[in-house]
Write a new protein. Structure first.
Length: 545
């Protein structure tokens, strides 16, 4: 049976509801069955489906010991992932599958079944890797695979498979199932046929993915399954992957080797208004995950912010920030970009947040063009603290340095002269001149004089509730309306997501990092300072445009 077509037909009949992103992918796959570039063979997927349903059993309550009968959506994925081939070479088309699915839909059990199928069906001498961000999460997947193996007399026969403290292995075929995480010391030396990466939402970089990808360089038909729920890590590996595949879905990128399979909602409102739409992010709802569980969460979320944040993120795959954040992810996320050459020959307002060692130093330019506010940020960091801060903050400072988003200053303290040089470079190279530069007077005396000696008009903006409340509220409104274009800068986005709002009894607000898991809010502070200066000179600035 062609489960991919059956799944699509059930959606067309209205018996199954999916979101627009997945529907677009499915429509393309159905069309590709008639595309002369590809052939489609049901057998590779069916072999794995038959193996899983014959030999694998559930290991957790309430299904413990029962045969693992795959859902229609799981069969459709397997047939799509393994069935499409490039007609000219007869080699498998897809080498990467990205499955975004809400929690409690059986994804870990699904991965375990895939890994066992590959272990027993592969020709021999291959490594199958179960990977995740942490060793603990990788162990959860590995244990599920082993428990499923031990639950079958046929699979646990010592002539077919054994387990030691390092891996599951086959004495006959020499196949192995290993664990890998971001915490693993040695990520090289693998010979991976199929890699399954679970819960990538907390990964800040692509090191685990890269290790698997590089190990497959000699394979003709490599395959990586990336299976996860949404998370609240901003600018991490998952954000990067989802940004890429969503551009694929929109037709902005052409990549025939990646299969995105995203179970997502089309809006937050539909979740509260029509529970039939819950299936969009929960394909196993009613069989594995219960309606009563979601209904209980839904009722609590109407009155409890913490429950709402977790529910929307984990049960409906709508990205959220941690509880207490000043803005929601939807508020601050603006993926619009610009070519800096289009902003040439402009007047701007500068904003600076200086630090000596622990935090980032930030310099930025804020300018208005065609009714939009454009932000050009640059970050600065001492060379001797980058590695330590990368581990403490769990963000890819090294990658940001490589991309030119961070200027490295030698030693263990920021050299503010580099900030001055950046402003001069923006004037000389792009003719973008700040009419005023806002700054917090703390720790800035000699740098302020250096700037003034070069002719910059410097404006003090003290970090207090009265000076920052109004500009912070204005920035909030502009962000929510999509009027602030910061070139999709991941550091600026991360800083905004870390920012909390400290509120007094009169409703005044100021930026705070006290309740945030991550303490870096410097980009947000510099931008609020620039807004404060814009307020002071709004009429003068507009007259210069």
């Amino acid at each position: 049976m062609n489960y991919l077509i059956k799944y699509y037909d059930e959606i067309q009949k209205g018996n199954i509801i999916v979101g627009k992103e997945l529907l677009t992918v499915l429509e393309t796959l159905i069309q590709d069955m008639d595309n002369h570039r590809y052939t489609f063979d049901e057998k590779p997927g069916n072999i794995r489906i038959e193996f899983i349903e014959t030999f694998c059993k559930h290991t957790k309550s309430p299904f413990n010991g029962e045969p693992f009968i795959l859902e229609l959506w799981e069969k459709a994925i397997l047939q799509a992932a393994y069935g499409f081939k490039i007609a000219d070479t007869n080699l498998r088309r897809f080498n990467e599958v990205i499955l975004l699915i809400a929690r409690k839909n059986g994804k870990t059990t699904f991965i375990a079944g895939i890994d066992l199928a590959e272990f027993f069906l592969s020709k021999g001498g291959v490594d199958i890797v179960c990977a995740s961000n942490t060793s603990e999460q990788a162990n959860i997947l590995f244990d599920e695979i082993n428990n499923m193996r031990e639950g079958s007399k046929a699979l646990s026969n010592e002539k077919r498979s054994k387990k030691n403290i390092f891996h599951i292995y086959s004495p006959k075929s020499k196949n192995k199932i290993k664990k890998l995480s971001a915490q693993s010391r040695n990520k090289d030396g693998y010979n991976i046929e199929v890699g399954c990466i679970d819960e990538v939402h907390e990964m800040t970089d692509s090191k685990v993915y890269d290790a698997i990808k590089q190990s497959q360089s000699t394979k003709e038909e490599p395959l990586i399954f990336i299976i996860t729920t949404e998370g609240n890590t901003v600018g991490g590996f998952l954000d990067s992957k989802l940004d890429y595949v969503r551009k694929m879905i929109k037709g902005e990128i052409n990549d025939e080797r990646v299969l995105p399979w995203l179970y997502t909602q089309d809006s937050i409102n539909e979740i509260y208004e029509d529970k039939s739409t819950w299936q969009k992010s929960n394909p196993s709802l009613g069989t594995v995950k219960t309606y009563s569980y979601l209904e209980d969460l839904m009722n609590k979320s109407r009155h409890d912010l913490a429950t709402r944040v977790t529910m929307l993120c984990k049960d409906f795959n709508i990205k959220q920030l941690e509880q207490g954040s000043w803005l929601t992810y939807n508020d601050l996320n603006n993926e619009s970009t610009y070519d800096i050459n289009e902003l040439r020959n402009s007047y701007a307002i500068g904003g600076v947040d200086l630090s000596s060692t622990t935090d980032l130093t930030v310099a930025l330019l804020l300018l208005i063009k065609n009714g939009k506010k454009y932000v050009i940020p640059q970050f600065f960091m001492p060379s001797e603290v980058i590695k330590r801060r990368k581990e403490e903050d769990n963000v890819p400072y090294d990658i940001w340095v490589q991309r030119g988003l961070i200027t490295v200053t030698e030693g263990n303290q920021n050299d503010f002269t580099l900030v001055t040089q950046w402003f001069l470079m923006m004037i000389r190279t792009y003719e973008i001149r700040p009419l005023w530069v806002g700054y917090d007077p703390w720790n800035s005396q000699y740098w302020t004089k250096e700037m003034e000696d070069l002719g910059f008009e410097m404006e003090k903006v003290r970090q207090g509730i009265y000076s920052l409340s109004e500009p912070m509220k204005q920035l909030e409104a502009d962000l929510k309306n999509g009027n602030v274009i910061y070139n999709n800068n991941p550091i600026m986005k991360w800083n905004l997501s870390n920012t909390q709002a400290k509120i007094d009894i009169n409703g005044n607000i100021q930026p705070s990092k006290l309740g945030s898991k991550y303490k870096r809010i410097d980009g947000a502070v510099a931008l609020i300072i620039a807004y404060a200066v814009l307020n002071r000179y709004k009429l003068e600035y507009e007259n210069m445009l």
